[in-house]
Design a protein around this ligand. Structure first.
Ligand code: PLP
Length: 361
């Protein structure tokens, strides 16, 4: 089996697992318990919080641990700031669907054919009631990096909170991105931590109301017993991902470039590589003459890839990201996302191209 779906999820890193194990077995206390076992767990959470805060250059009290990117996105788009939200049309479903539940309502910000949300488009989408702008750092289907610096300047000028879903942005400088935003969302399982881990970072002074009630955890803003082992693993993974990001990016860029060069040589004008100004880990391809069953054929041939976002891959609906980029409904149903990780090898990339040629030609 060849796995080229690292934007969907990644394996747990050895260092991450090692850091977590004590909190699954011997140090299993509830961090809210006041006895020694609880205090040991609370200490581990505090250390993890401090580590996440250091990586992002924020205050530890600005870090709220969540069950992952979806929860962080929902919480942000529903509960940050007051008034309407302006939400980019290429956001993950966790933001777009969450926006439908926002009390103040929302407006969509269109994207270009390359999937970019321009600062001009953001400015145009603002209304006198807009209190929140949601633009992701890098798109999960195409890898397109958004111009957050310019967008943040508009938000600052208007006194609007900028929230960015940074779930796919671990190869970028998260410290720099966090500086530009009022809040950012992160997910552990995209960066070699376990599934069901992540965080929402909310800067001091930015108002957020709770989405999950029922406990005093996370400064009474996010109820629920903390996932101590997951939090410890998430912090180790985040620190490692950012420390090693240039090395990982160089490895992944070389493989992505090799992959796209071979694909273009094989299919010429019959394939388009979607997106622009992309993170290195994603190649989204649209084929002119691909069979409807391409994804199933690739799977049978031993290649694990996605048609757009993994969490929508059971849906027969066209990709909302591709539609927002002006693709036809047929094209938007037939894109294939290849995504590369630090674990990917040249041999896997070359074999994947062979399988692709076999399945299409
Ligand atoms: N946001 C983006 C950009 C994603 O790619 C994903 C997952 O695919 C999510 C949010 C959801 O994160 P999680 O799987 O941790 O709920």
């Amino acid at each position: 089996m060849i796995y080229l779906d690292y934007a969907a999820t990644t394996p747990v890193d050895g260092d991450v697992l090692e850091a977590m194990l004590p909190y699954l077995k011997s140090n299993f206390g509830n961090p809210d318990s006041t006895h020694a076992a609880g205090r040991a767990a609370a200490h581990a959470v505090a250390k993890a919080r401090a580590k996440v805060a250091e990586v992002l250059d924020v205050n530890p009290l600005e870090v709220y641990f969540t069950s992952g990117g979806t929860e962080a996105d929902n919480w942000a788009v529903r509960c940050l700031a007051k008034g309407r939200a302006a939400v980019s049309s290429v956001e993950h479903a966790a933001v777009l669907e969450g926006a439908k539940l926002r009390e103040g309502g929302f407006d969509l910000i269109p994207a270009t054919a390359g999937g970019t949300v321009t600062p001009e488009a953001v400015r145009t989408a603002l209304t006198p009631d807009t209190g929140l702008v949601c633009v992701m750092a890098a798109n999960n289907e195409t890898g397109t990096i958004q111009p957050l610096k310019e967008i943040s300047e508009i938000c600052k000028e208007k006194g609007i909170v900028l929230f960015s879903d940074c779930v796919q942005a671990a190869l970028l400088d998260l410290k720099e991105i966090t500086k530009l935003c009022g809040a950012v969302a992160l997910s552990g399982h995209k960066i070699n931590a376990p599934k069901g881990t992540g965080a929402l970072v909310v800067k001091k002074g930015v108002k957020i109301s709770p989405m999950i009630a029922g406990g005093e955890q996370e400064r009474a803003l996010r109820g629920g017993t903390l996932n101590v082992a997951g939090i410890v693993g998430f912090a180790v993974a985040l620190e490692k991902a950012q420390r090693e990001r240039q090395r990982y990016a160089a490895h992944i860029t070389a493989l992505r470039d090799l992959f796209e060069e071979k694909v273009k040589a094989a299919f010429g004008k019959g394939v388009s590589v979607d997106g622009e100004n992309r993170i290195p880990s994603i190649s989204h391809l649209t084929f002119q003459n691909a069979p409807d069953s391409l994804l199933a054929k690739l799977d049978l041939a031993g290649l694990c890839v996605s048609g757009g976002a993994a969490c929508s891959s059971h849906s027969a609906l066209p990709s909302h990201v591709m539609l927002a980029m002006g693709k036809s409904e047929r094209e938007a149903k037939h894109g294939v996302r290849f995504s590369f990780g630090k674990e990917t090898t040249e041999e896997e990339v070359l074999k994947a191209v062979d399988i692709l040629i076999e399945c299409i030609k």
